[in-house]
Design a protein around this ligand. Sequence first.
Ligand code: ADP
Length: 282
Amino acid sequence: MTSPALRLGVVGSANVDVVVRCVALPRPGETIVGSDPIRLPGGKAANQAAALAALGVDTTLIACVGTDEAGDWLLGNLEQRCVRTSLMQRSEVPTGTAFITVDERGENIIVVARGANACLTVDDITFDDFDVVLAQMEVDASIVDAVALRARRLILNVAPAREVAPETLARCAVVIANEHEAERLTIADLAHCVVTLGAKGAVHYAHGVEVARVAPPTVTVVDTVGAGDVFCAAYAAQFASGASPLDALAFAVTAGALATQALGAQGALPTTEEVVACQSRV
Ligand code: ADP
């Protein structure tokens, strides 16, 4: 269970996702007609913050959006989901936007315009207020390096896959990667590394030695987008409350699986009660 007294900070990206469905993805130079566009809140940090808040954790998002209507819309969504927005930043640069085209088979093309996410600064943030800070790689590496220096305990989700300074990785309490992102890591060098395995669940390595492995419950998968973000949030909540590696992993794997049951990155954010109820059914 998570303790309401804990405070978590999430540092990273907040985007608008514009999704268009089509029969087949266009080739270079080709123009095709797609479905009506759908606008969804996204960005890994915003997704993870919303997932933490849904789990009942006191969560503050540190991200940057534009002074435009999209920025207002994202802030409104975060507030509606009970994420604290007092440390959110606004920039004259437009709000970050991901243009996502998905075909009938679920294949996609994604172009991310980072926009205001590139303007995020953490110079004036006091990280001491947070029991745990959760960060990802959708903002400048220098931001992640600075957070690693100043956060009391940092969980770094190395997504999307990018080079991370070894000193930064060494400062992380836990590094979370999916199988593809893990290929860039030397897991034996990390004190704690959690690798998610999609439908196969996740595994926890301590100094390269497997200490826990958990498979997900059986779920009816609708959309796996955002499952990794819910996993990271759930793991961070458990880590902050002092759960054992196995308990934290089991909770996060179940939360990730529950997140696959609806469309969109923030479409199926489980509560702590829902995760616990699902675990007790297995
Ligand atoms: P990412 O979305 O970051 O690539 P994964 O695909 O490894 O991450 O999934 C993260 C977590 O989401 C998994 O550990 C699992 O808990 C859950 N998950 C993802 N795909 C499925 C699936 N097909 N069935 C059940 N759970 C899933």
